[in-house]
Design a protein. Structure first.
Length: 246
């Protein structure tokens, strides 16, 4: 039983749950409610950097608040991944720091493509609700082959982005896929599809662990993992909408 999300898997849940009291078990709805709380915290962080658009100028760079949010969010994410029982504290910290980064990133896209942020947010939550309803209705059977396929595709995307980053450090760019042409749009659609399927795996794993009686404290870890997927999905949708504007 696995999830394509690197921050959400059964082994980490169970190892953390072993040292926690299971007097009150976690629930699926409880994890969703805490996801909503993390989203509100993320909005607070985003509102702090939303107006910080001076770096949007061609000769500018990322603002210091964005850099702090990006690096700090990564540290909080890694800490939560390896210490799931920290999630009640580290997950809100991650949400606020990630919000700082996303607020600046959204401001940049909004400055370059006016009116792009609201559709991106609506599409992100539309996909979340749609996949939740689909999962609850049992329309997508989560089989072992399905899990392996999504995990493999997610790993492929991660390797490709890492390769892009490394080549970029040497001034080498991969043509087409990051541009606004047909291939670039198709690539973004494929990545968005993979991120969307990760939501299904996340829902399924949380449901299975809830049924197994994992401690209620672990709802924060499930919410954190869902937020990681939603942040990835939102960024990819922003990029896709930006490509269509070009």
């Amino acid at each position: 039983m696995k999830s394509g999300n690197p921050f959400l898997n059964e082994r980490r849940f169970q190892s953390a749950a072993a040292g926690l009291s299971a007097e009150e078990p976690m629930t699926f709805n409880g994890a969703l409610n805490k996801t909503g709380l993390l989203f509100l915290i993320l909005l607070l962080g985003a509102s702090w950097t939303w107006t910080d658009v001076s770096w949007a100028a061609p000769a500018g760079g990322m603002s210091m608040k964005m850099i702090i949010g990006l690096i700090g969010g990564l540290i909080a994410a890694v800490a939560t991944a390896f210490r799931p029982h920290w999630a009640p504290i580290s997950a809100p910290i991650y949400a606020f720091l990630e919000g700082m980064f996303l607020g600046g990133l959204s401001a940049f896209f909004e400055a370059r493509y006016p009116g792009i942020v609201i559709p991106a947010v609506v599409l992100t939550f539309g996909i979340l609700v749609g996949m939740l309803v689909t999962y609850r209705a049992g329309l997508i059977p989560v089989t072992q082959k399905f899990r392996i396929g999504v995990i493999s595709a997610t790993a492929g995307v991660a390797v490709f982005y890492l390769l892009t980053l490394v080549l970029g450090m040497f001034g080498i760019g991969i043509p087409f896929v990051h541009e606004g042409g047909t291939l670039g749009i198709i690539f973004s659609l494929v990545v968005i599809g993979i991120a969307t399927l990760n939501l299904v795996l996340d829902f399924d794993l949380i449901a299975r662990l809830s049924d197994s009686g994992a401690p209620k404290q672990m709802e924060w870890y499930g919410a954190f993992a869902l937020m990681v997927t939603l942040v990835w999905l939102y960024i990819e949708i922003l990029r896709l909408l930006g490509k269509t504007r070009e």
